[in-house]
Design a protein around this ligand. Structure first.
Ligand code: PHE
Length: 339
């Protein structure tokens, strides 16, 4: 019998449980009213007197072993449960991390910066709240000049000298005021115009303007630079320059790229002509150079400017400009796989 009890002690000692139910079953088996311990206590009276002491001790050992086991198992299971309460199930797979996507405007802007930086242009930036000088007057647009009507402007009501810049040409003025040629810089940024919001126009949009000033810069240099750009950006090298007018450039031109007429979309976006207008450009007017402290007898240069939003819409077939500023995640998520 003593061997049997020793066996049970070893068994109790080695017992492991995963749940409270298992612990309870163990307790009943050893310590319950029909359990091992009760049975052995019952046997005690049949044991010879000289063995009673040893027998009693061994039963007590079984009792303390079983009780201790029940207590430690219960405690362990309870603290596990507490952990679950605070942290949840620590072994569960974690929540998926939602990766953001770059905005289509940023994707196109970065691409343009990349293309021009490969031919030595740096990036310059300036304030969105400008003064009249940098946005208009220095650019050959004095007060009451009719060309100011080309760009409907948001003025700050209390101070007509302060406005929201209508183009990033203002950054070029600042750059020329602070740097002498050779200058090769592009100025990306947000601009504002007081226009009715529709699918095709917004009261703010984004531009990249470029400026190149050095000795002997010619119109041929301008054309070559633009051709390099359209080839890199759109994979299209055929361009044409149509005479146009900007107060700050002379001569001025509108740049069309030959998009082709291969698909229905090509027909739609080029109105059946195959040609797509993408930017304005020209040779910087000598007056502008002088206004910015650059000697126009020594230096000449060209400038160009394009809308990023239009290009982003073109490349991604976005039909409504408002989508670009509504921050609808369903729209933005579509650009995850882009650059
Ligand atoms: N600043 C002009 C605009 O906003 C674009 C342009 C820039 C045209 C440089 C010619 C030269 O429309």
């Amino acid at each position: 019998m003593i061997d049997k009890i020793k066996e049970l002690i070893a068994e109790a000692d080695a017992f492991k449980a995963q749940s409270k139910e298992e612990v309870e079953a163990f307790r009943i088996k050893y310590l319950g009213s029909k359990g091992h311990l009760r049975a052995f206590y019952g046997e005690l009276k049949n044991v010879a007197n000289d063995q009673k002491r040893e027998f009693g001790q061994i039963i007590n050992e079984l009792k303390t072993t079983a009780e201790a086991k029940v207590n430690t198992l219960k405690e362990a299971l309870e603290s596990e449960e507490e952990d679950k309460g605070i942290y949840g199930d620590l072994s569960r797979p974690s929540e998926p991390i939602a990766l953001g996507a770059r905005h289509p405007i940023s994707i196109v802007k970065n691409e343009i910066i990349d293309i021009f930086s490969r031919i030595g242009f740096n990036v310059s930036e300036g304030p969105e709240i400008e003064d009249d000088w940098h946005n208009f007057t220095a650019l050959n647009l004095p007060e009451y000049h009719p060309a100011r009507d080309m760009q409907d402007t948001f003025f700050i009501q209390t101070d007509p000298d302060i406005l929201l810049r209508t183009h990033t040409s203002s950054v070029q003025v600042r750059y020329m005021e602070n740097n002498q040629p050779p200058i090769r810089t592009i100025s990306p940024g947000r601009v504002y115009r007081n226009e009715a919001i529709s699918a095709r126009a917004h009261c703010f949009f984004h531009q990249v303007e470029g400026l190149y000033i050095d000795k002997d810069v010619s119109f041929a240099d301008l054309k070559q630079t633009l051709q390099y750009f359209t080839t890199e950006m759109f994979g299209k090298s055929k361009i044409r320059l149509r005479p146009s007018y900007f107060p700050f450039t002379e001569p001025s031109a509108e740049v069309d790229v030959y998009w082709g007429l291969e698909t229905e979309t090509d027909y739609k976006i080029t109105k059946g002509t195959g040609w797509l207008e993408i930017m304005g450009c020209g040779m910087v007017d000598p007056n502008v150079l002088e206004n910015c402290g650059i000697d126009s007898k020594v230096y000449s240069g060209f400038a160009f400017g394009m809308g990023i939003d239009r290009i982003a819409m073109l490349l991604n077939q976005i039909s409504d400009i408002r989508l670009l500023s509504e921050n609808d995640v369903r729209f933005l998520e579509q650009f995850k796989s882009s650059l």
